[in-house]
Design a protein around this ligand. Structure first.
Ligand code: PLP
Length: 387
């Protein structure tokens, strides 16, 4: 497929800290850009000769779209995927020469935005294709688009029948279709028969669109066999340290570390309850550390913290302690009774992610997935981008 020329200028440097100052923030989120670059290189090495793009939607999964884009551009990444045009604008400001695809598609109203950012829409339906054709014809816009064909996700994309019906027509230059793509519904479960079925169906569709580059694999798809790689892969979560092969050792380097302050340590008599709704009651004389992070900071309240539920843990001075009571908007409580009194002090920091608490641990305990943990991390942390 046509590749963008090498950037003529080094990407603009992005801020290395963000959010409130460390003294005013409840917690500190550290993002290791060296690890993002290392993860990118590992994935790229795995898929060569296919091209490795990067998915940086949702603020690069909460890791900072400006910083991540600059880092990956420097590492040689030339193609970026975002969900929204507003995100394409951020990428364009940093990666001036990159190819940028907007996954959520095209509408006539957004036409001017595509011209302005020189971004490529991912066409997800025949209606979008008609609007795109009309836009290209009336505006004279010379930019390209991707065509998304659904092979089993049943979310966005043309049906296989629709794609087959328009294939001959699309291969003519005037449509500016530069990429044919599809998306796995469950590549994180390699044994699932749907993966092979999607690979097979996508291969058939590709044969109708000869001469147009193709893309199927997300992070987990890269770890299926090479038949999933096609011309371009689209990893997101693996770049940010999430495990693309659940149940097996994570080949990616961890990217984020999240710490938060202890605001107060208090003693509780047996029978005292903690938090809204009094959902947890001390069965013994207890010590509770109150932490400056809550559901407004992405610590999900949904998973119950009740007797018998899966424990949700935080690392305090090297030891895992349980969250107790409901998560509040700005606060959560930990049972630190088993730690020496001197080991838990006001102002000390505890580790919510990192120090052996993996993203997957945290996600499993919260009843969700690493993606949601990352993208939920709120704006109130002091952010540090290192590397
Ligand atoms: C988000 C997204 C990706 C990236 O998926 P990961 O599982 O994070 O690697 C790739 N392709 C499409 C269409 C997406 O929406």
């Amino acid at each position: 497929m046509a590749r963008a020329p090498q950037p003529s200028l080094p990407p603009e440097s992005a801020a290395t800290t963000g959010g409130p100052s460390p003294h005013e923030a409840g917690g500190i989120l550290t993002i290791d850009l060296g690890a993002v670059a290392a993860n990118y290189k590992l994935l790229r090495g795995r898929v060569t000769p296919a091209e490795c793009a990067a998915v940086v939607k949702a603020d690069a999964y909460g890791c900072g779209i400006d910083q991540v884009t600059a880092t990956l551009s420097r590492a040689g990444c030339q193609t970026f995927f975002v969900a929204h045009l507003s995100e394409a604008r951020r990428v364009r400001a940093i990666a001036r020469e990159a190819v940028i695809y907007v996954l959520n598609g095209f509408s006539s109203a957004a036409g001017a935005g595509f011209v302005e950012t020189y971004a490529r829409p991912v066409i997800n339906s025949l209606v979008e294709l008609a609007e795109w054709d009309h836009f290209v014809a009336t505006s004279g816009y010379a930019g390209s688009a991707a065509l998304h064909v659904d092979t089993g996700m049943n979310r966005l994309g043309l049906t296989i029948e629709e794609a087959a019906a328009i294939a001959a027509h699309i291969r003519s230059e005037s449509h500016h279709v530069a990429l044919l793509m599809s998306h796995f519904a469950g590549a994180d479960r390699p044994a699932h028969p749907l993966n092979d079925q999607q690979i097979r169906q996508f291969r058939e569709v590709r044969s109708l669109f000869r001469g147009i580059g193709s893309s199927l694999a997300n992070s987990s798809g890269i770890f299926l066999d090479a038949s999933a790689h096609c011309d371009l892969v689209r990893p997101g979560i693996a770049l940010y340290g999430g495990n693309p092969i659940p149940g097996k050792p994570n080949p990616m380097q961890p990217v984020i570390e999240l710490k938060a302050h202890i605001l107060q340590v208090r003693n509780l008599g047996k029978g005292a309850a903690v938090g809204y709704g009094s959902t947890w009651t001390a069965k013994r004389e207890s010590r509770i550390a109150v932490i400056a992070a809550g559901y407004a900071d992405g610590i999900s309240r949904a998973a119950a913290i009740t007797e018998g539920a899966k424990p949700r843990e935080v690392n305090v001075a090297g030891k895992r302690c349980r969250m107790v009571g409901r998560i509040s908007m700005d606060l959560l409580a930990l049972d630190v009774t088993d730690l020496p009194v001197s080991a838990v002090r006001r102002d000390q920091m505890v580790t919510l992610i990192g120090d052996g608490m993996t993203l997957e641990d945290v996600a499993a305990q919260a009843g969700t997935i690493s993606y949601e943990v990352l993208t939920g991390l709120g704006p109130r942390y002091h952010r540090v981008w290192k590397g």
